[in-house]
Design a protein around this ligand. Structure first.
Ligand SMILES: [Zn+2]
Length: 405
């Protein structure tokens, strides 16, 4: 019923605009709800706030479209419609023992058992119910003060394709094997799906029952891989946060990194790289560090990759050494330094040094004038370079430093 309301509200907006050149806004639709319910009385028991939330979804879809963030809103089949929301406390009640299991009471559906556990529980505010693969889920937002234990440490991280996460301490966490095993299962299942009769709207071919069954199997495996990966990401990030209150990473442009190569020999190569970037979930890792450290009262600092170039800069002397993706070891091009380190470890260390403050870099440069290394001329050049860097990065720092809690 919520899906039908969504489609009706969408159709209303489209026909009003096409036939009368009039754009309908959210409030107009909201105000017509009482009249709508006199024509369709079965909608009364769903609760007016839940119905308003569904209209809000249509509004949100159009807002996204007008901002250029999404395509034109589409009609949704009931199997693609993702549930309904109670935006306030009316119409439902959640009874649980500090977030562990319990039951939901929804006004027109009755009492429903819940299973699961919230990490932190508080006062419930909104409820979204959605169905997936024949199972139903309740997503409850609560007002709470999440906390997390953390240590004194500070660590730099580098996300890569060869090893998923590299720490500045030299520890490397590789990509779990189950991602590959899961992908294999998905591939086998998709091949079975391709052999079945798929729907084709233009030729008016309906999907066969076997095709539908095969599709369910594919999506089952896909979701399993996703769950496993999320679990692994949570465990890895929580582990790092539990002993470090400062984590330094680099700003990632996943969209650019995973953009398809346009043509030529490198297309396949880039596709493989994209797959390994996406299969680890880089964007998710950064998000997790951000909120987990906020909960712990720590910092997550992202260094500006373009200006800093952590994979090229030397962690010892701050000099740049150009590298290609193939070069796995950092060998400093500065003949005075000659620092040799694993490429990813070096990058993680550079991020950490940057995060610990551009101020440290400056004082470092000044103190180095009293130490004996290199001629005065070289030192001056180095000093200038460092202070330029510190200045240049100074204004960026405010925009990329996260502190919450
Ligand atoms: Zn060096």
């Amino acid at each position: 019923m919520h899906c039908n309301l969504y489609n009706a509200a969408l159709a209303n907006r489209i026909t009003q605009y096409k036939k009368f050149g009039k754009s309908v806004n959210y409030f107009e639709q909201q105000n017509s709800l009482p009249e709508f319910k006199t024509v369709w009385p079965e909608y009364v028991e769903l609760g007016s706030q839940a119905l308003q939330a569904t209209l809000k979804r249509v509004d949100f879809a159009f807002e996204r479209f007008f901002k250029g963030l999404g395509g034109y809103p589409r009609f949704k089949a009931s199997r693609r419609y993702s549930g309904f929301t109670y935006p306030a406390l009316s119409g439902w009640k959640c009874v649980t023992d500090a977030g562990l299991n319990g039951h939901l009471t929804i006004s027109n559906l009755g009492k429903i058992q819940m299973r699961g556990q919230a990490r932190t529980w508080g006062d419930p505010t909104t409820l979204t119910v959605f169905g997936r693969e024949g199972k139903w889920f309740a997503s409850i937002t609560v007002k709470c003060n999440p906390t997390r234990a953390t240590g004194e440490g500070a660590v730099g991280i580098d996300l890569g394709c060869k090893e998923a996460v590299t720490l500045s301490t030299g520890e490397q966490i590789s990509k779990p094997d189950f991602i590959k095993a899961g992908d294999l299962k998905v591939n086998v299942a998709s091949k079975q799906l391709r052999r079945k009769r798929a729907p084709n709207r233009n030729k008016k071919v309906k999907a066969s029952r076997r095709w539908k069954k095969a599709r369910a199997i594919v999506s089952k495996y896909q979701r399993k891989v996703t769950r496993q990966r999320d679990n692994w990401l949570h465990q890895t990030t929580s582990n790092i946060v539990s002993s470090n209150s400062l984590v330094a990473g680099e700003q990632l442009n996943v969209k650019g990194m995973t953009a398809r190569a346009k043509k030529g020999k490198r297309k396949k190569q880039k596709a493989g790289l994209n797959r390994s970037i996406l299969s680890v979930g880089f964007a998710k890792i950064s998000k997790m560090f951000e909120y987990k450290l906020a909960e712990a009262g720590g910092f997550y600092v992202e260094s500006p990759t373009r200006q800093l170039k952590p994979s090229q800069r030397c962690a010892k002397c701050w000099e740049l050494t150009p590298k290609t993706l193939k070069d796995r070891v950092h060998v400093c091009s500065n003949s005075k330094c000659g620092h040799t380190e694993d490429r990813d470890i070096n990058a993680a260390q550079v991020s950490l040094i940057w995060a610990q403050g551009a101020g440290t870099v400056l004082s470092d440069a000044e103190s180095s004038s009293s130490t004996s290394c290199g001629s005065m001329k070289q030192l001056g050049a180095k000093k200038r370079q460092k202070s330029q860097l510190a200045e240049g990065l100074g204004d960026l720092e405010t925009s990329s430093l996260y502190r919450v809690g």
